[in-house]
Design a protein around this ligand. Sequence first.
Ligand code: GUN
Ligand code: ZN
Length: 427
Amino acid sequence: MEALRASILHCLADPGEGSKPSAWEYFEDGLLAVHDGRIVDAGPADAVRARLPADIEVTDYAGKLIVPGFIDCHVHFPQLDIIGSYGAQLLDWLNQYAYPVEAKFADPDHAREVANAFVDELLRNGTTTALVFGTVHAHSADAIFEAAEARSMRLIAGKVLMDSNCPEELRDSPDSGYAESKALIERWHGKGRLGYAITPRFALTSSPEQLAAAGKLADEYPDTWIHTHLAENMDEVEQIARQFPDSRSYLDVYEQFGLVRERAVFAHCLHMNDQDRASMATNRAAAAFCPTSNLFLGSGLFDLTAMREAGVCCGLGTDVGGGTSLSLLRTASEAYKVLHLREHALPATQALYLATLGAAEALRLEDKIGNFEEGKEADFAVLDFEGSNLTARRCAAASTIEEKLFALMTLADDRNVAATYVEGRLA
Ligand code: GUN
Ligand code: ZN
């Protein structure tokens, strides 16, 4: 057993727009005890120390802040090298930037190199779990699973299904996509901390036959995840309406193929109505809010209030490479700005929730990760208020933890992540 001494902050529920005090716990001088990769205890240092063996080894992070490891609910590892590509909205951006960079993943060595760089970058930013898109190539999923497994990370990923409206060299077929996904599920799903996500890119790039095959897999393997995009861009939504004239809405296309169920995570969810949100809630599907991407690609403004009022679980996603940062602190800052345009002032504690416990709930992993309840997996980040001169000055001028955390999320980058722990071990 070992313990870490620092300030400790974690969420117990959604603090909501009012930063409800009972929804989060803060220990200014805290102690976090870990054994065998699990949380044993967390609380005020004096009280926790009295409950622990006298000879316990304590790592001192005085002045720093320990938070649960960040959870990225939507990201594309193959797009690492096209972050910040100029000038296009979604459909042109896919053709100009995303598809060409994904075509390079025909080479398994390239896939492995990017996968390793990607997970190291996650850890550098305090992210310990992610729901990850691969490319159409089955070995892209092998590459990201191998990289996560080597670091003991809890990570969910899948090979992309796409058989139409995309470059020839990036197409699978309903049969090959089904067979390859099935083989990957058998190989990786539930292996250690890894999970498989059935990953149709979006309804524009899968034929009805392929969506049906994805639905069949989802039915055959009910504890796998489903990961796709939904209602991100207005041109996309209009094309969906033309391609699926009998569907009530974009979400309804996925519903018809059995893809709206528990453990289904839909990225973006911008251009939706109340009926769609109610249906997502009833079916226990979740939304990934990707503010840096939504601003960068000019896609639109996520409506967190409407989603939460409808009862939909929501987590933050970076959506790199449409998104512009792998940092969930940076992402939280853009979430604040998006929501401000909707007259919702996102409290720092609610932002933390969306990047930790809320994201765990969206992935249905809240029994394993997301906060420091006893028995949960010991994944956490040590944040450094003094990571840069500016954050040091700004945080010194702040009086409450909410104010300090808000300053961090507005100003921080990976310099403010002093350490990341995975299963209780320094990564
Ligand atoms: N919709 C379909 N594919 C993609 C993608 O790669 N990125 C984003 N942001 N949206 C998509
Ligand atoms: Zn995406």
